[in-house]
Every structure is written in structure tokens, then in C-alpha cells.
Design a protein around this ligand. Structure first.
Ligand code: SF4
Length: 316
């Protein structure tokens, strides 16, 4: 799940950033990431890194070894923040796959967070398909009932050849199964996909198969990112891809976006956003309700490339 923003000032409540002094006191292990929609959330790092850490496009946690944070440290940070910000409404549990923790440990965290923040409305974390498939349905339901109500799941692509090439550690059926189990257990799910991840050769298959998976899952939220390979993973991505990879230019990325928006047939409405920092232009709406409006906008952007975000301002 990547897809993410570097979170240099992770705590922003009611428009006021918490003092750096508190961040130091909290002892974050950097780099620290959170989804863009968690900009106003308090972040507790309950695991470090990613338990998988092998997706070839993802540079997020390459400098970290996965580990679970001791309960005493987590508890102490919850105590510190709850004294200064008892009115906190949203909490995000970092790092890359906090759902990898045992159900028992997660419940210990959820219980204490709820006790210390009486106004809490949402607790969320990143989740890999593997994390979801490793838990029984009754465990997922219990976690949801205990207050973990939103999960961010990286689909990246629905195309099985590409899932192998990017070493995602998941198949399209596994992704559908995992997301549907989460939804049945009561979770709000927010999924991410990556435009351009199949290069020119697999572009159309990537988008068509991704639209199918998204339709099957019908997540509450869907966000697109656009592939940018950071230096730390460029060579690995190319080597694992196993054949020459040609990046898509802006017009081909817009083609993918247009096909995606035009092909998703959800069973329930999806809040769609292409507003991540890597994207060419900020586009958003509900699917299927706003499909035509979004397609019109994408077509007009193809005719007016001068409106696109300059490359130097795009980042993954
Ligand atoms: S699951 Fe993959 S994309 Fe998500 S944080 Fe781990 S390595 Fe990165």
C-alpha cells in the first residue's frame, strides 16, 4: 500500500500543527508516511516499516527493518498526546501494515486509544491483501467493532502478469477476496491504483483489468497515483519487470485515466480522487454519478496539456 505522503508534520489538529517538541517526544522513526486524507490525524507508530517490503516500485520503507513496537512505548505515546490533545477525532496507525499485528495486540491498542480519546470518530491504517487474508472473518469483524473502521489497501493493478512483475505478493482474485472480506466485516475501504505501472506494452490490459477488480470490490474510496520511480528502486523495478519498460507520456496517462473512469461499474458509489502529488491534474468525483463530467475534463486536458502540473512538481 504506499501511496502516501511524507509526513514531516504529522500532527495537525484544527489547523494548528502540534509543536515539533511533541514530535520529538513521540520519537517517530522516520520516514513516516500517511495517506493524504489523514492530514489531520494523530499518528501512532505501532509497527515499523512494512512486513513485506518487496513491491518493486515502492521505496517507502527500504531503510527500515519490519518490527513491532513494544506496548510500553505505544502506551506512553498515547498518554502524552491524550493529555495535550484529548479532543482528537482521527487516529492513523503507522507504519506500512499495522494490520499485520496480531488481533490481540491490535485490540490492546484500539482499546487504549478509545479510552484516552473520548471524541474519536475514526481509527485507520494501511493494510495489504495478505494482512486481510491472514485474519479470520470473525477477527476482522471484532477489530472493526473495536473501532478500527477504515483501511487503505494498495491494489496497484488488477492485471495478474503485472502483479507478478511488480512483486506485489498478491493476485487479482486475492485482492478481490481480501477487500470483500474487509467490506463484509464492516470496514470502510480506500483503495489505490497506479497509472502507468504496466508501461506502454501493458497499458490497456492494466487499466481494463484494474477497472474489473475495482468494480468487483467497489471500495468506498478510490485514488489513483501515477508511476514515478525513485532512485532507490529504479534498477530493481526494471530488473524485476523482466523486459524493456517504456514509461507512458502524459497523453497516455490521461488515456488510462479516461478508460478507467469510463470502465468502472461499481455496485455502490465510489468516491474517486486523482489528487495525489504524483498525478498530472487534480480530478475528483463520484462514480458512476460524475463519470461523464470527469471524462469531459480528461478529454479537455488532452487538448490543453499546458494545464497539467509541471513534472518538477510531481512526486510519488
Ligand atoms: S506492501 Fe508493498 S507497497 Fe505497501 S508498503 Fe509494503 S512494499 Fe510498499
Amino acid at each position: 500500500m504506499n501511496h502516501f505522503e511524507f509526513n514531516f508534520f504529522p500532527h495537525k489538529l484544527n489547523g494548528i500543527r502540534i509543536l515539533i517538541g511533541i514530535m520529538i517526544e513521540l520519537g517517530y522513526d522516520y520516514p513516516l508516511y500517511r495517506p493524504p486524507s489523514e492530514a489531520n490525524s494523530v499518528i501512532f507508530q505501532i509497527t515499523f516499516g512494512c512486513s513485506f517490503n518487496k513491491c518493486s516500485f515502492c521505496n517507502m520503507y527500504r531503510t527500515k527493518e519490519y518490527s513491532e513496537r513494544p506496548w510500553a512505548e505505544i502506551k506512553s505515546e498515547i498518554d502524552i498526546v491524550s493529555k495535550s490533545y484529548p479532543q482528537t477525532e482521527k487516529v492513523f496507525l503507522a507504519d506500512g501494515d499495522a494490520l499485520n499485528l496480531s488481533t490481540e495486540k491490535l485490540i490492546q491498542v484500539l482499546d487504549y486509544v478509545k479510552e484516552k480519546f473520548p471524541n474519536l470518530k475514526r481509527i485507520s491504517c494501511y493494510a495489504m491483501p495478505k494482512n486481510l487474508l491472514q485474519k479470520r472473518s470473525d477477527e476482522l469483524t471484532l477489530l472493526n467493532e473495536m473501532g478500527l473502521n477504515m483501511l487503505y489497501v494498495g491494489i496497484e493493478t488488477g492485471q495478474d502478469i503485472l502483479l507478478k512483475k511488480i512483486t506485489k505478493g498478491a493476485t487479482s482474485n486475492g485482492i478481490i477476496d481480501a477487500c470483500n472480506r474487509a467490506k463484509k466485516s464492516g470496514f470502510i475501504i480506500s483503495c489505490m491504483i497506479i497509472l502507468g505501472i504496466g508501461g506502454k506494452k501493458y497499458s490497456i490490459e492494466h487499466i481494463k483489468e484494474t477497472a474489473k477488480v475495482v468494480s468487483e470490490v467497489s471500495p468506498n474510496f478510490l485514488a489513483t497515483l501515477t508511476l514515478i520511480l525513485e532512485d532507490g528502486v529504479y534498477d530493481e523495478f526494471m530488473q524485476k519487470f523482466g523486459e524493456p519498460f517504456e514509461f507512458l507520456d502524459d497523453s497516455l496517462i490521461l488515456n488510462e485515466l479516461e478508460i478507467l473512469v469510463g470502465s468502472i461499474t461499481p455496485s455502490s458509489s465510489i468516491v474517486f480522487r486523482a489528487n495525489h502529488a504524483s498525478n498530472l491534474y487534480s480530478i475528483g468525483g463520484n462514480l458512476p454519478e460524475d463519470r461523464d463530467k470527469m471524462i469531459q475534463l480528461i478529454r479537455s486536458l488532452k487538448e490543453h496539456p499546458e494545464l497539467l502540473k509541471p513534472r518538477v512538481l510531481r512526486r510519488f
